[in-house]
Design a protein around this ligand. Structure first.
Ligand code: SAH
Ligand code: SF4
Length: 366
Protein backbone atom coordinates (compact mmCIF):
# COMPACT_ATOMS: atom_id res chain seq x y z
CA UNK A 1 0.00 0.00 0.00
CA UNK A 2 1.40 3.39 -0.86
CA UNK A 3 1.35 6.16 1.70
CA UNK A 4 0.28 9.69 0.87
CA UNK A 5 3.35 11.85 0.28
CA UNK A 6 4.60 13.60 3.37
CA UNK A 7 4.30 17.33 3.69
CA UNK A 8 7.53 18.94 2.44
CA UNK A 9 8.35 21.88 4.71
CA UNK A 10 10.10 23.73 1.87
CA UNK A 11 6.75 23.81 0.04
CA UNK A 12 5.27 26.17 2.61
CA UNK A 13 5.34 29.94 2.93
CA UNK A 14 5.86 31.24 6.46
CA UNK A 15 2.12 31.89 6.76
CA UNK A 16 1.27 28.38 5.58
CA UNK A 17 3.70 26.90 8.11
CA UNK A 18 1.97 28.85 10.83
CA UNK A 19 -1.45 27.62 9.70
CA UNK A 20 -0.16 24.05 9.64
CA UNK A 21 1.05 24.27 13.24
CA UNK A 22 -2.32 25.63 14.32
CA UNK A 23 -4.01 22.74 12.49
CA UNK A 24 -1.91 20.40 14.61
CA UNK A 25 -3.01 22.33 17.70
CA UNK A 26 0.49 23.55 18.30
CA UNK A 27 1.21 27.13 19.23
CA UNK A 28 1.91 29.28 16.16
CA UNK A 29 4.87 30.85 17.99
CA UNK A 30 6.82 27.72 17.17
CA UNK A 31 6.42 28.46 13.48
CA UNK A 32 9.05 31.16 13.77
CA UNK A 33 11.46 28.73 15.44
CA UNK A 34 10.99 26.14 12.72
CA UNK A 35 11.23 28.76 9.99
CA UNK A 36 14.50 30.13 11.42
CA UNK A 37 16.00 26.67 11.50
CA UNK A 38 14.99 26.12 7.89
CA UNK A 39 16.15 29.37 6.33
CA UNK A 40 18.58 31.04 8.76
CA UNK A 41 20.16 27.94 10.28
CA UNK A 42 19.85 26.00 7.00
CA UNK A 43 19.31 22.87 9.11
CA UNK A 44 19.70 19.51 7.42
CA UNK A 45 17.54 17.44 9.77
CA UNK A 46 15.07 17.60 12.67
CA UNK A 47 17.68 16.20 15.07
CA UNK A 48 18.41 17.80 18.43
CA UNK A 49 21.81 18.86 17.17
CA UNK A 50 20.37 20.54 14.09
CA UNK A 51 17.34 22.10 15.85
CA UNK A 52 18.17 22.26 19.56
CA UNK A 53 15.44 24.67 20.65
CA UNK A 54 12.52 22.81 19.14
CA UNK A 55 9.88 21.77 21.72
CA UNK A 56 9.55 17.97 21.85
CA UNK A 57 5.91 17.94 20.73
CA UNK A 58 6.78 19.99 17.65
CA UNK A 59 9.74 17.76 16.78
CA UNK A 60 7.59 14.64 17.17
CA UNK A 61 4.93 16.03 14.86
CA UNK A 62 7.44 17.12 12.22
CA UNK A 63 9.16 13.74 12.34
CA UNK A 64 5.83 11.92 12.03
CA UNK A 65 4.19 13.93 9.29
CA UNK A 66 6.68 15.95 7.31
CA UNK A 67 9.94 15.81 5.47
CA UNK A 68 12.57 18.50 5.47
CA UNK A 69 13.00 18.18 1.71
CA UNK A 70 16.81 18.37 1.75
CA UNK A 71 18.14 17.07 -1.57
CA UNK A 72 21.16 14.75 -1.33
CA UNK A 73 24.06 15.31 -3.73
CA UNK A 74 24.50 12.54 -6.29
CA UNK A 75 27.48 14.20 -7.93
CA UNK A 76 29.43 17.40 -7.39
CA UNK A 77 31.92 18.86 -9.86
CA UNK A 78 34.10 21.96 -9.84
CA UNK A 79 35.18 23.69 -13.02
CA UNK A 80 38.94 23.96 -13.44
CA UNK A 81 38.80 27.75 -13.28
CA UNK A 82 37.15 27.47 -9.85
CA UNK A 83 34.24 29.78 -10.75
CA UNK A 84 31.53 27.18 -11.07
CA UNK A 85 30.41 24.28 -8.95
CA UNK A 86 27.77 21.99 -10.30
CA UNK A 87 25.55 19.72 -8.22
CA UNK A 88 23.49 16.85 -9.45
CA UNK A 89 20.80 16.53 -6.75
CA UNK A 90 18.62 13.52 -6.12
CA UNK A 91 14.87 13.91 -5.66
CA UNK A 92 12.72 11.64 -3.49
CA UNK A 93 11.61 9.63 -6.55
CA UNK A 94 15.27 9.16 -7.58
CA UNK A 95 15.06 11.63 -10.45
CA UNK A 96 18.05 13.96 -10.76
CA UNK A 97 18.27 17.66 -11.37
CA UNK A 98 21.10 20.12 -11.75
CA UNK A 99 21.88 23.13 -9.62
CA UNK A 100 24.90 25.33 -10.25
CA UNK A 101 26.73 27.68 -7.91
CA UNK A 102 28.46 30.44 -9.86
CA UNK A 103 30.91 33.02 -8.53
CA UNK A 104 31.59 35.69 -11.10
CA UNK A 105 32.96 39.14 -10.28
CA UNK A 106 32.19 38.81 -6.59
CA UNK A 107 28.56 37.82 -7.14
CA UNK A 108 27.28 34.49 -5.98
CA UNK A 109 24.43 33.09 -8.04
CA UNK A 110 22.45 29.87 -7.80
CA UNK A 111 21.23 28.54 -11.13
CA UNK A 112 18.24 26.33 -10.34
CA UNK A 113 16.06 23.89 -12.27
CA UNK A 114 12.29 24.11 -12.56
CA UNK A 115 11.48 20.71 -14.11
CA UNK A 116 12.91 17.23 -14.58
CA UNK A 117 13.70 17.41 -18.30
CA UNK A 118 11.82 19.84 -20.52
CA UNK A 119 8.94 19.61 -22.98
CA UNK A 120 10.12 22.44 -25.25
CA UNK A 121 12.62 20.43 -27.27
CA UNK A 122 15.19 23.10 -28.23
CA UNK A 123 17.48 21.15 -30.55
CA UNK A 124 20.81 22.32 -29.07
CA UNK A 125 19.84 21.86 -25.40
CA UNK A 126 20.80 18.78 -23.41
CA UNK A 127 17.64 19.06 -21.29
CA UNK A 128 15.47 19.43 -24.38
CA UNK A 129 17.10 16.33 -25.83
CA UNK A 130 16.05 14.39 -22.68
CA UNK A 131 12.35 15.17 -23.05
CA UNK A 132 9.94 15.99 -20.25
CA UNK A 133 9.53 13.90 -17.11
CA UNK A 134 7.73 16.11 -14.59
CA UNK A 135 7.36 19.51 -12.95
CA UNK A 136 9.31 20.26 -9.81
CA UNK A 137 7.35 21.11 -6.69
CA UNK A 138 7.89 24.51 -5.04
CA UNK A 139 9.84 22.74 -2.28
CA UNK A 140 12.17 21.10 -4.77
CA UNK A 141 12.95 24.51 -6.27
CA UNK A 142 13.44 26.11 -2.84
CA UNK A 143 15.64 23.20 -1.73
CA UNK A 144 18.12 23.93 -4.53
CA UNK A 145 18.63 27.51 -3.38
CA UNK A 146 18.95 26.30 0.22
CA UNK A 147 21.53 23.75 -0.94
CA UNK A 148 23.67 26.50 -2.45
CA UNK A 149 23.20 28.80 0.56
CA UNK A 150 24.29 25.96 2.85
CA UNK A 151 27.33 25.14 0.70
CA UNK A 152 28.39 28.80 0.90
CA UNK A 153 27.93 28.85 4.65
CA UNK A 154 29.98 25.68 5.10
CA UNK A 155 32.78 26.90 2.85
CA UNK A 156 32.86 30.22 4.72
CA UNK A 157 33.19 28.32 8.00
CA UNK A 158 36.05 26.17 6.75
CA UNK A 159 37.78 29.20 5.21
CA UNK A 160 37.49 30.90 8.58
CA UNK A 161 39.36 28.06 10.27
CA UNK A 162 42.20 27.99 7.80
CA UNK A 163 42.49 31.71 7.15
CA UNK A 164 40.75 33.92 9.69
CA UNK A 165 41.37 37.08 7.69
CA UNK A 166 39.82 35.63 4.52
CA UNK A 167 36.97 37.25 2.60
CA UNK A 168 33.70 37.90 4.40
CA UNK A 169 31.33 34.95 4.04
CA UNK A 170 29.47 35.09 0.76
CA UNK A 171 25.71 34.99 1.11
CA UNK A 172 23.44 33.79 -1.63
CA UNK A 173 21.97 36.89 -3.25
CA UNK A 174 21.08 35.94 -6.80
CA UNK A 175 18.96 33.16 -8.22
CA UNK A 176 18.46 32.47 -11.91
CA UNK A 177 15.90 29.97 -13.17
CA UNK A 178 18.13 28.82 -15.99
CA UNK A 179 18.76 25.23 -15.02
CA UNK A 180 16.77 22.33 -16.39
CA UNK A 181 13.23 23.01 -17.50
CA UNK A 182 10.96 25.83 -18.60
CA UNK A 183 9.91 27.91 -15.58
CA UNK A 184 6.80 29.42 -17.20
CA UNK A 185 5.54 25.92 -18.03
CA UNK A 186 5.52 25.33 -14.26
CA UNK A 187 4.23 28.78 -13.37
CA UNK A 188 2.43 28.23 -10.07
CA UNK A 189 5.19 26.17 -8.45
CA UNK A 190 7.83 28.67 -9.55
CA UNK A 191 5.85 31.59 -8.12
CA UNK A 192 5.24 29.80 -4.83
CA UNK A 193 8.98 29.03 -4.64
CA UNK A 194 9.99 32.63 -5.33
CA UNK A 195 7.54 33.85 -2.66
CA UNK A 196 9.38 31.60 -0.18
CA UNK A 197 12.84 32.66 -1.38
CA UNK A 198 11.90 36.34 -1.12
CA UNK A 199 10.58 36.14 2.46
CA UNK A 200 12.51 38.77 4.41
CA UNK A 201 12.59 36.53 7.47
CA UNK A 202 14.25 33.79 5.43
CA UNK A 203 16.69 33.75 2.53
CA UNK A 204 15.46 37.28 1.79
CA UNK A 205 16.37 37.31 -1.89
CA UNK A 206 15.48 40.59 -3.55
CA UNK A 207 12.99 40.18 -6.39
CA UNK A 208 15.33 42.23 -8.56
CA UNK A 209 17.94 39.54 -7.99
CA UNK A 210 15.75 36.73 -9.28
CA UNK A 211 15.87 36.07 -13.02
CA UNK A 212 13.32 33.98 -14.88
CA UNK A 213 14.45 32.70 -18.24
CA UNK A 214 11.79 31.55 -20.66
CA UNK A 215 11.83 30.02 -24.11
CA UNK A 216 8.88 32.28 -24.88
CA UNK A 217 5.77 30.85 -23.25
CA UNK A 218 3.46 33.68 -24.29
CA UNK A 219 0.64 33.13 -21.74
CA UNK A 220 3.23 33.02 -18.94
CA UNK A 221 4.84 36.30 -20.05
CA UNK A 222 1.42 37.97 -20.19
CA UNK A 223 0.54 36.65 -16.76
CA UNK A 224 3.83 37.99 -15.35
CA UNK A 225 3.03 41.34 -16.93
CA UNK A 226 -0.44 41.35 -15.41
CA UNK A 227 0.74 40.33 -11.95
CA UNK A 228 3.59 42.86 -12.16
CA UNK A 229 6.02 40.55 -10.44
CA UNK A 230 9.26 42.49 -10.18
CA UNK A 231 11.68 39.85 -11.46
CA UNK A 232 14.24 40.11 -14.20
CA UNK A 233 12.90 38.47 -17.31
CA UNK A 234 15.10 36.78 -19.89
CA UNK A 235 13.61 35.57 -23.16
CA UNK A 236 15.54 32.99 -25.17
CA UNK A 237 15.28 34.27 -28.71
CA UNK A 238 18.06 32.57 -30.76
CA UNK A 239 16.59 33.56 -34.14
CA UNK A 240 15.04 36.68 -35.66
CA UNK A 241 12.59 35.07 -38.10
CA UNK A 242 9.77 32.64 -37.40
CA UNK A 243 11.12 29.95 -39.75
CA UNK A 244 14.65 30.00 -38.34
CA UNK A 245 13.39 30.09 -34.79
CA UNK A 246 10.96 27.20 -35.24
CA UNK A 247 13.86 25.07 -36.51
CA UNK A 248 15.84 25.64 -33.31
CA UNK A 249 13.00 26.06 -30.83
CA UNK A 250 10.00 23.83 -31.63
CA UNK A 251 7.92 25.69 -29.01
CA UNK A 252 7.92 28.60 -31.49
CA UNK A 253 5.35 26.68 -33.55
CA UNK A 254 2.93 27.04 -30.66
CA UNK A 255 3.93 30.60 -29.77
CA UNK A 256 5.07 32.28 -33.00
CA UNK A 257 7.65 35.05 -33.03
CA UNK A 258 5.17 37.87 -33.71
CA UNK A 259 3.01 36.82 -30.74
CA UNK A 260 6.11 36.50 -28.58
CA UNK A 261 7.33 39.98 -29.49
CA UNK A 262 3.86 41.42 -28.84
CA UNK A 263 3.88 39.77 -25.38
CA UNK A 264 7.36 41.17 -24.68
CA UNK A 265 6.16 44.64 -25.65
CA UNK A 266 3.15 44.30 -23.34
CA UNK A 267 5.42 43.11 -20.53
CA UNK A 268 7.83 46.03 -20.90
CA UNK A 269 5.02 48.56 -21.23
CA UNK A 270 3.09 47.38 -18.21
CA UNK A 271 6.09 46.80 -15.92
CA UNK A 272 8.45 49.47 -17.24
CA UNK A 273 11.16 46.81 -17.30
CA UNK A 274 13.73 45.92 -19.86
CA UNK A 275 13.93 42.33 -21.06
CA UNK A 276 17.14 40.37 -21.50
CA UNK A 277 17.14 38.49 -24.80
CA UNK A 278 19.26 35.34 -24.74
CA UNK A 279 20.96 34.33 -27.94
CA UNK A 280 22.88 31.06 -28.19
CA UNK A 281 25.50 31.69 -30.86
CA UNK A 282 25.84 28.75 -33.25
CA UNK A 283 28.52 28.94 -35.92
CA UNK A 284 27.12 29.52 -39.40
CA UNK A 285 23.51 29.32 -38.14
CA UNK A 286 22.58 32.49 -36.33
CA UNK A 287 25.81 34.46 -35.98
CA UNK A 288 26.14 36.44 -39.23
CA UNK A 289 26.28 40.19 -39.55
CA UNK A 290 22.94 40.08 -41.44
CA UNK A 291 21.38 38.19 -38.56
CA UNK A 292 22.69 40.79 -36.11
CA UNK A 293 20.90 43.45 -38.18
CA UNK A 294 17.70 41.40 -38.13
CA UNK A 295 17.95 41.22 -34.32
CA UNK A 296 18.44 44.97 -34.17
CA UNK A 297 15.32 45.53 -36.33
CA UNK A 298 13.27 43.06 -34.30
CA UNK A 299 14.11 44.71 -30.98
CA UNK A 300 13.97 48.30 -32.25
CA UNK A 301 12.18 50.53 -29.75
CA UNK A 302 12.03 47.90 -27.03
CA UNK A 303 13.86 48.24 -23.71
CA UNK A 304 16.30 45.39 -24.30
CA UNK A 305 19.70 43.90 -23.67
CA UNK A 306 21.03 40.96 -25.66
CA UNK A 307 23.00 38.23 -23.91
CA UNK A 308 25.09 36.31 -26.42
CA UNK A 309 26.13 32.82 -25.29
CA UNK A 310 28.41 30.75 -27.53
CA UNK A 311 26.91 27.26 -27.86
CA UNK A 312 27.98 24.61 -25.38
CA UNK A 313 28.28 21.54 -27.58
CA UNK A 314 25.97 18.64 -26.67
CA UNK A 315 25.97 15.06 -27.92
CA UNK A 316 22.56 15.37 -29.55
CA UNK A 317 23.34 18.35 -31.78
CA UNK A 318 26.22 18.80 -34.16
CA UNK A 319 26.46 22.61 -34.17
CA UNK A 320 29.64 24.40 -33.11
CA UNK A 321 30.08 27.53 -30.98
CA UNK A 322 30.71 30.85 -32.68
CA UNK A 323 34.29 32.07 -32.42
CA UNK A 324 35.03 35.07 -30.30
CA UNK A 325 35.81 37.38 -33.23
CA UNK A 326 32.42 36.69 -34.85
CA UNK A 327 30.68 37.19 -31.51
CA UNK A 328 32.40 40.57 -31.16
CA UNK A 329 31.40 41.54 -34.71
CA UNK A 330 27.76 40.61 -33.91
CA UNK A 331 27.94 42.71 -30.79
CA UNK A 332 29.47 45.63 -32.68
CA UNK A 333 26.54 45.74 -35.15
CA UNK A 334 24.03 45.78 -32.29
CA UNK A 335 25.87 48.60 -30.55
CA UNK A 336 26.88 50.80 -33.48
CA UNK A 337 23.81 50.48 -35.71
CA UNK A 338 21.07 49.95 -33.15
CA UNK A 339 22.42 51.30 -29.82
CA UNK A 340 21.46 47.94 -28.40
CA UNK A 341 23.50 46.88 -25.35
CA UNK A 342 24.77 43.30 -25.27
CA UNK A 343 27.14 41.00 -23.42
CA UNK A 344 29.05 37.94 -24.55
CA UNK A 345 28.84 35.49 -21.70
CA UNK A 346 32.00 33.57 -21.09
CA UNK A 347 31.48 29.87 -21.24
CA UNK A 348 32.80 29.35 -17.76
CA UNK A 349 32.83 25.88 -16.43
CA UNK A 350 32.60 24.32 -19.87
CA UNK A 351 34.95 21.57 -18.71
CA UNK A 352 32.30 20.37 -16.26
CA UNK A 353 29.56 20.41 -18.86
CA UNK A 354 27.95 23.41 -17.22
CA UNK A 355 25.48 23.85 -20.05
CA UNK A 356 21.85 23.32 -19.18
CA UNK A 357 21.17 19.63 -18.54
CA UNK A 358 24.58 18.42 -19.58
CA UNK A 359 25.70 16.98 -16.25
CA UNK A 360 22.55 14.88 -15.95
CA UNK A 361 23.17 13.49 -19.43
CA UNK A 362 26.80 12.72 -18.66
CA UNK A 363 25.85 10.92 -15.45
CA UNK A 364 23.11 8.90 -17.08
CA UNK A 365 25.66 7.74 -19.64
CA UNK A 366 27.92 6.20 -16.97
N1 SAH B 1 13.92 26.96 -20.39
C1 SAH B 1 14.42 28.25 -20.15
C2 SAH B 1 15.49 28.30 -19.07
C3 SAH B 1 16.50 27.20 -19.06
S1 SAH B 1 17.66 27.18 -20.39
C4 SAH B 1 14.93 28.89 -21.43
O1 SAH B 1 15.06 28.20 -22.41
O2 SAH B 1 15.16 30.09 -21.41
C5 SAH B 1 18.69 28.57 -20.01
C6 SAH B 1 19.41 29.15 -21.22
O3 SAH B 1 20.43 28.23 -21.65
C7 SAH B 1 18.52 29.40 -22.41
O4 SAH B 1 18.76 30.68 -22.93
C8 SAH B 1 18.94 28.32 -23.37
O5 SAH B 1 18.68 28.65 -24.70
C9 SAH B 1 20.41 28.18 -23.06
N2 SAH B 1 21.01 26.94 -23.51
C10 SAH B 1 20.49 25.69 -23.47
N3 SAH B 1 21.35 24.79 -23.99
C11 SAH B 1 22.44 25.47 -24.36
C12 SAH B 1 23.67 25.09 -24.97
N4 SAH B 1 23.93 23.83 -25.28
N5 SAH B 1 24.58 26.06 -25.22
C13 SAH B 1 24.32 27.36 -24.90
N6 SAH B 1 23.18 27.77 -24.33
C14 SAH B 1 22.24 26.85 -24.07
FE1 SF4 C 1 13.77 23.63 -22.33
FE2 SF4 C 1 15.14 25.90 -22.09
FE3 SF4 C 1 16.36 23.66 -22.87
FE4 SF4 C 1 14.66 24.87 -24.52
S1 SF4 C 1 16.61 25.67 -23.75
S2 SF4 C 1 14.72 22.68 -24.10
S3 SF4 C 1 13.14 25.62 -23.08
S4 SF4 C 1 15.43 24.03 -20.89
Amino acid sequence: MSHPPRLNLYDLTREQLRTQLVRWELSPVHAATVWNYLYLGLAESFSETAMPDLPAKVRTRLLAETTLGVLPTALETDSSDGFTRKYLLRLADQERIETVLMRFTGRVTACVSSQVGCAMGCVFCATGQMGYTRHLTPGEIVAQAVHVARALKLSALSAHHSAPAAHPPARLRNVVLMGMGEPLHNYDAVMQATDILRDEAGLALGAERITLSTVGVVPGILRLAQEKRPFHLAVSLHAATQAERAALVPAAKKWPLDELMAACRTYSESTGRKIFYEWTLIEGKNDSVETARAVGELLRGLPAQVNLIPLNPTSGYDGAPTHNAAAKAFQHILASEFKLPSTVRQRRGIDIAAGCGQLAVAEAGH
